[in-house]
Design a protein around this ligand. Sequence first.
Ligand SMILES: *Cc1c(COP(=O)(O)O)cnc(C)c1O
Length: 394
Amino acid sequence: MTNYFADENGFFGQFGGAYIPEMLHHNVEELRQRYRSIIDSESFQREYRRLLKHYVGRPSPLYHAQRLSQRYNTQIFLKREDLNHTGSHKINNTIGQILIAKMMGKKRIIAETGAGQHGVATATVCALMDMQCVVYMGETDVQRQMPNVLRMKMLGAEVVPAVSGNKTLKDAGNEALRDWISNPEDTYYLIGSVVGPHPYPDMVARLQAIISEEIQWQMKELTGDENPTHILACIGGGSNAIGAFYHYLDRPQVQLIAVEAAGKGIDTPETAASIARGTVGIIQGAKTYLLQTPDGQIIEPYSISAGLDYPGIGPQHAYLYEIGRTQILSATDEEALAAAFELTRLEGIIPALESAHALAALNKIKLNPTDRVVVNISGRGDKDMDTYIRHMQK
Ligand SMILES: *Cc1c(COP(=O)(O)O)cnc(C)c1O
């Protein structure tokens, strides 16, 4: 039988692993030894599920979108991660990891953030758990994402601008690693997607798997069958996508489709499509597809949506794509904007620009009237209002 999950060393076929400097070995190894037994423990599960229910607001609804279904002449169900506390799926992961950090006896949380969404989700759970929180953010991003910087500060986090390189996500990541190396005992590094060295991709996938766990019983309740025919999700690093796919990976009758950000187009330099345009290399300690020059320098990605603006893709997704278990499509800025306006007008739901990429794929696949299609609405569009207003038709 095909194995869809990480092996002992965190490999998914040739992808994944932990390509890290010697000085990080102790920190990563400590986490690797502890994470499975903590996640599987009754005390973790009790607290994780209590917080998901009463703090995050789970289960998130699975909503049969009738007007959208009519428009595409099929049956469409929206998984409403946009209704979670803080507005996206990211909180599922930060709630889980802060509990793991606590159970490991850590006192201080560090994170890196690009657009600031993961920083806000991290600062939120640090306030909740009374943990010290330091968020590294490229100086360019600090200026571009002021509302999120202010949110993090109000939540009690210290936001440290990274001033090296392009002053964006990659540089913030380097600063966070430097911090972790200097503070191995009391500090926990909280990564925001299914990226980074093992065990992060596997750990974050397990924490986001709550999404497909719920889809199973919700589909059963709504249609009498646990299985949809298709699941669509957008993909930056890949955490909301793997969360929506997780319990369906070994059911080949369910088509799993991830949609990456084409930006201005996959044939232009302004893209974030790591599968369409990337090659295999190492990024953030894992082997996967990434946007890089022939001599291995990371190419700055571009997408209208800040959350998909990442130069790599989680290693499990690289593997699932390579073995043909998932299909990976792409949507341009224009297509995502059109899909966002369409959902808003048909269903009264303003999606995040990231999630709009998943919706845009409804135009790219062949659907039958009896198909049951789940689209993961990873987040809400409040944060994208400036962009939407700029593109509103007059
Ligand atoms: C961060 C973010 C994403 C992209 O992250 P993944 O790890 O690929 O899920 C997608 N949607 C929203 C709303 C986000 O905030």
